[in-house]
Design a protein around this ligand. Structure first.
Ligand SMILES: Nc1ncnc2c1ncn2[C@@H]1O[C@H](COP(=O)(O)OP(=O)(O)OP(=O)(O)O)[C@@H](O)[C@H]1O
Length: 273
């Protein structure tokens, strides 16, 4: 059996990864340093850390958009060498085509991948139904609410059957109630898809509610400060678990780690200003 198919080979591995950038004045600085992370197949990992520490950079290395300065990044046991069709993304900004209606947006991925038109549209119709937008197939993005656009983005991503899903603050622009609805929607889709997820967020409650593991990153250069296993049973009802004593206890413990780094990062920014 090849590494690609072997379920005991992790979906994602970052092994002692460092990433160096040049600042606008030409100085070199480290964003990630000796950063190691393993995401098992079907695992949901959340990354939290102070602003600017290197969370999006980490996702870029997994996508193949960026390359590590040292260390290794592997997807399904193989070194990352470029954009991998098994990887799906959902970012903070919508990636919807404003000139296409909902069904054309959702069908775009399979069409691009060469699926026959009738098949692509049938799958799009199915996915739009699954995210609760059956009555909105002919609407254009500007005619939808922020939450509805996110549902389209989820359908647009899951229709391609990603084995790995990278999410960079996907729900941060939504109001609190819509976010909770989207969390439940995402968990539902994820439980069916069995994708391995890396979810970047500033919101600790969001991280705990969704993830199997929460990685706390240090202030820049980011390295792993702590890994917290979230032993809350699934399926989870996000709107309810956040009031449970164990959830509050986890929040308190993880925030203790995170707070120190947020403080350090804020002090660094002030001294650099
Ligand atoms: N291509 C690049 N060239 C130069 N510097 C970069 C580049 N990409 C990122 N950086 C810098 O690397 C650091 C980490 O950026 P990154 O976007 O990964 O942080 P983040 O943790 O995702 O931030 P936030 O929480 O604010 O979204 C920042 O100082 C950023 O300015």
């Amino acid at each position: 059996m090849s590494d690609q198919q072997n379920p005991s080979v992790p979906a994602i591995e970052l092994i002692n990864v460092s990433r160096r950038f040049l600042s606008p004045d030409g100085k070199s600085f480290m964003t990630l340093q000796d950063f190691s992370m393993t995401v098992a197949r079907g695992e949901f990992v959340a990354l939290v850390g102070p602003t600017g520490c290197g969370k999006s950079t980490t996702l870029n290395l997994i996508t193949g958009l960026g390359r590590p300065s040292s260390g290794e990044v592997r997807v399904m046991g193989q070194p990352v060498r470029g954009i991998d069709p098994r990887v799906g993304f959902v970012f903070q900004a919508d990636a919807l085509f404003p000139w296409r209606n909902v069904i054309d947006n959702v069908a775009a991925g399979p069409l691009f991948r060469g699926r026959p038109r009738a098949e692509a549209y049938e799958a799009a119709h199915d996915w739009i139904g699954r995210v609760g937008l059956a009555k909105f197939e002919r609407h254009y993005p500007h005619q939808l609410s922020g939450g509805m656009r996110k549902r389209v983005a989820l359908a647009q991503t899951f229709i391609n059957g990603p084995e790995i899903l990278l999410m960079d603050e996907p729900f941060s622009a939504l109001d609190v109630q819509t976010r909770v609805v989207m969390h439940e929607e995402l968990l539902q889709l994820w439980s069916i898809s069995k994708a391995s997820v890396v979810f970047v967020t500033h919101d600790l409650e969001e991280a705990i509610g969704l993830a199997d593991k929460v990685y706390v990153l240090t202030a820049r250069p980011a390295t792993v400060k702590a890994i917290h296993a979230i032993d809350i049973p699934r399926p989870r009802v996000i709107s309810e678990i956040r009031y449970e004593p164990h959830f509050i206890e986890l929040s308190r413990t993880i925030w203790k780690d995170l707070r120190e780094e947020v403080q350090m990062s804020s002090d660094d920014m002030k001294s650099a200003a």
